[in-house]
Design a protein around this ligand. Sequence first.
Ligand code: ADP
Ligand code: ASP
Ligand code: MG
Length: 413
Amino acid sequence: MAIIVQKFGGTSLADAEKIRRAAKRVIKAVKSGYSVVVVASARGQQTDELIADALELNPNPSKREMDQLLSTGEQQSVSLFAMALDAAGYDAISFTAGQIQMMTDSVHTKARIKSIGAERIQKQLDEGKIVLVAGFQGIDENGNITTLGRGGSDTTAVALAVALGAKECEIYTDVDGIYTTDPRIFKDAAKLEQVSYDEMLEMASLGAGVMHSRAVEFGKKYGVKIHVRSSIEEKEGTIIMHEVPQMEGVVVTGATVQKDMAKIDLVNVDNKPGNAAKIFASLANAKVIVNDIMQTEVSSKKANLSFLIGISDLTAAREAAEQIKDEVNCESIFIRDDIAEISVVGVGMRTHYGVAERMFGALAKAKINIDSITTSEIRISCVVNKNQADEALRAVSVAFELDKPPQERTKKD
Ligand code: ADP
Ligand code: ASP
Ligand code: MG
């Protein structure tokens, strides 16, 4: 029997009524002849609440204990979900990550999946059961519970779809698909029927919280069909898939904002071979994930090096930068934790010009200052003041007509 993986996000499981509604979705797939594996996130805002509980007792809790604590949310969800299915007359069994050998590395709070033992799940499916797996969590080789980073249940779902050779991975959430930009900020955003893995990967890693970026990475690598859709309405959502020819004609697919960021500038570092390597080795050693890197030569002897990081890594990154400062002869370290990054993304940027001008023009018109700019083949990002982030996203969204689906926008060339 073909397998389908269905993932339900926290808001879709917030109360008993919502769990019952989610269970109906699962039952519908079973009735259509699928073997179903369900991945569930912690209910409602539970992960945030657990974090707040931890911080009340300890402002700097150990990451191992955080994982131990946060993983309990997903464990509750899957067992409650299994009970709801049982009450509806369907055989269901729930598992934690440890019970199905969802093996990860040992980087607590942002672990990466290494392998999954699919046999136990397959056996239950073969016996006709619905299998529920706690999202977001894993287990390392020493038996410690790990978590995959905020929003990580999406990654559990796609990884399971790969391990089980599932036909499709459905991501049920509180929006009815992927939009050109966050509809909570730009209410006129248009829904996309499809989006390429590459674009979604950029959008997800640049702040589009609707999908965890590692999930898209897995999807791309193994060609998993990912369908992001509403847990409330029945209609079709958005398919994440390989690029199809007509996508190339679209210059900008979407825009994103990332607010939980900080920027570190190492000012006047000695401009000589090996210094950048030393700085980034120090950051890697502190397990800091670095986003955008910018380096400029300011004279033949000196260079400025800046990088963006997630705000949760700021303490570790600051310490790592301080440690390496003298060795690279850095004059001063300048830190900004009041920034946000606005990005526009589209595979069509590879072959079209004028995108940068349009983006900068929109920000200028809205009187928003740009702190720094980075680009890739398919995106342009600007760092702005955090208190202007939403306004900046709206200005850029209007400039690129993100209220219209790509095929309905004005052709520029
Ligand atoms: P879940 O709990 O189901 O995992 P999330 O809160 O993680 O849900 O993701 C859904 C949210 O992602 C939406 O409510 C929306 O505000 C936000 N979002 C950000 N960017 C986008 C986008 N481009 N398209 C759709 N939703 C987006
Ligand atoms: N519950 C986790 C979080 O809130 C994982 C997830 O929702 O995917 O980040
Ligand atoms: Mg999510």
